[in-house]
Design a protein around this ligand. Structure first.
Ligand SMILES: CC(C)(COP(=O)(O)OP(=O)(O)OC[C@H]1O[C@@H](n2cnc3c(N)ncnc32)[C@H](O)[C@@H]1OP(=O)(O)O)[C@@H](O)C(=O)NCCC(=O)NCCS
Length: 162
C-alpha cells in the first residue's frame, strides 16, 4: 500500500466552486448551496471548503448563525466519497467550530438523520451530545430529475465550545 500526505487548505466556498462540487449532491442540492452562499454576504452563514493543492473542494460544509440564536449550526457537511474516512470531515468540523468561536459564540449545533449512524458516531467522537429529535425536510432530486420533498427525523446534537 502506498501512503501520501496531502496538505489541505480551509477557505471560504465561492459560487465559482459550485461546478466542482457536483460530487456532493444533485442539481437541487447545488442550488441550495448557492442559496446558502447568498446568505454569506448577509453575515448569516459561513460556508467552508477544504482543498488539496489543486484548489478544488474535497470537503464542504456550512455554519448557519440564524437557525439557533447564540449558536452556529453545522449543516450540509459533505466529503468527496473517494476521500471519506481519511480525517477530512474531522478537520472540516474543527474549522467550522473555530469560525463559531471567532464570532464570540460558544455553542455548535447540528442535526443528523436517524439513518446515518456513521456520521452520528463521528460527531459523538468529536464531543457532540444528543439532546432532542425533530422532523426535517428538504428538496431531493430523483435520478429522473423529479423533485420530491424528503421528510426525515433528525437527532439534534450540540457541543459546548471552549
Ligand atoms: C459524514 C462525513 C462528512 C464525514 O467525513 P469523513 O471525512 O468521512 O470523516 P472522518 O474521516 O474525519 O471521520 C470518519 C471516519 O474516518 C476515521 N478517521 C478519521 N481520521 C482518520 C485518519 N487519519 N485515517 C483513517 N481514518 C480516519 C474515523 O475513525 C471515522 O471512522 P468511520 O469510517 O468508521 O466512520 C462524510 O462521511 C460524508 O460526506 N458522508 C456523506 C454525507 C453525510 O452523511 N453528511 C453528514 C450529514 S449530517
Amino acid at each position: 500500500m502506498a501512503e501520501i500526505t496531502v496538505p489541505m487548505t480551509v477557505r471560504d466556498l465561492t459560487r465559482e466552486d459550485l461546478p466542482s462540487c457536483d460530487w456532493s449532491g444533485s442539481a437541487a442540492h447545488l442550488e441550495s448551496m448557492a442559496r446558502a452562499l447568498d446568505r454569506v454576504g448577509l453575515g448569516e452563514v459561513d460556508y467552508l471548503a477544504l482543498c488539496p493543492p489543486s484548489g478544488l473542494p474535497v470537503g464542504v460544509g456550512g455554519v448557519d448563525y440564524a437557525k439557533v440564536p447564540g449558536a452556529g449550526t453545522l449543516w450540509q457537511l459533505a466529503v468527496h466519497p473517494a476521500l471519506q474516512s481519511c480525517g477530512i470531515g474531522t478537520v472540516l468540523i474543527q474549522a467550522a467550530e473555530q469560525r463559531i468561536q471567532a464570532r464570540g459564540l460558544d455553542r455548535a449545533e447540528l442535526g443528523v438523520e436517524d439513518d446515518n449512524p456513521r456520521a452520528r458516531a463521528l460527531y459523538e467522537r468529536l464531543g457532540y451530545t444528543a439532546y432532542d429529535s425533530a422532523p426535517e425536510s428538504w428538496e431531493a432530486e430523483a435520478p429522473d430529475g423529479t423533485i420530491t420533498l424528503h421528510e426525515t427525523m433528525c437527532t439534534l446534537m450540540h457541543k459546548q465550545l471552549p
